[in-house]
Write a protein that binds this ligand. Sequence first.
Ligand SMILES: C[S@@+](CC[C@H](N)C(=O)[O-])C[C@H]1O[C@@H](n2cnc3c(N)ncnc32)[C@H](O)[C@@H]1O
Length: 246
Amino acid sequence: MPKLPRRTPVVAPPAPPEEPKGTDAPTTLAGVTETPPEVGETTPEPYRRPRKVRYTHDAHTVRHPVDDYPTPYAFVDVLFQNLGVDPATTRVHEPAAGGGWLVSHLRRLGFAEVTFEDLVYSGVDYLDGDYTPPETDWVITNPPYKYAEAFAVKALTHAKYVALLMNSSFIEALGRARGLFTDHPPRFILVNARKMRLRDNNPSVFAHYWLVWERGYGGPTELRWVVPEGEIKMPDGLAPGVWPDA
Ligand SMILES: C[S@@+](CC[C@H](N)C(=O)[O-])C[C@H]1O[C@@H](n2cnc3c(N)ncnc32)[C@H](O)[C@@H]1O
């Protein structure tokens, strides 16, 4: 009889080393642990007034604490041209005016009335429940992304139309698909078919979209592609003549 190979005893594979408790969540660069959100799910962040921040125009290698990213003019032009808005008879409100670039461009375009505020520059918290913004035809801004949803909802309380400049991740979220976009379907989504260049001249990794709401509109949402003219640059510094010291 041929010699059978010796049977090796069956041994359970060693258990993986136990994770020390509390370290299964990824750690951010700042050393803060976060629980990852479920794929495709977003939960609107509860609104917390940001801590007072000192404004800087430093290199944007990290996200600015209150998202102070000026609005390129070409995006503004293409929005109003596409929707056939007549500046001469239209009032506009910019609730997160930042360095004032959007405001200065709206003035240049000849809008009938341009009102504005900003948390850092004028100390007005647009999302404060006690703050009542002026009645207007349009609210237009590129809000801090974290609170964009709250900006949209508040803007619809005092404007007939609302235009927020957002990147694509804003429309991809399940939470908003079942929430904001069901309760308030945008009238239009305008896809800017040209990428913005950042201050270091590299193209932004995101496409930018205008989400346009009309108060009381129940859908469906119309998608349009728009082509802003020329190179789209992010302005830098403070727009002249908007804030008292600029
Ligand atoms: C992306 S920047 C807007 C830039 C501006 N549109 C421009 O053209 O220069 C966003 C701005 O939102 C402001 N902000 C953040 N939270 C705010 C709040 N709750 N109320 C008002 N402004 C706020 C920040 O101070 C920041 O300047």
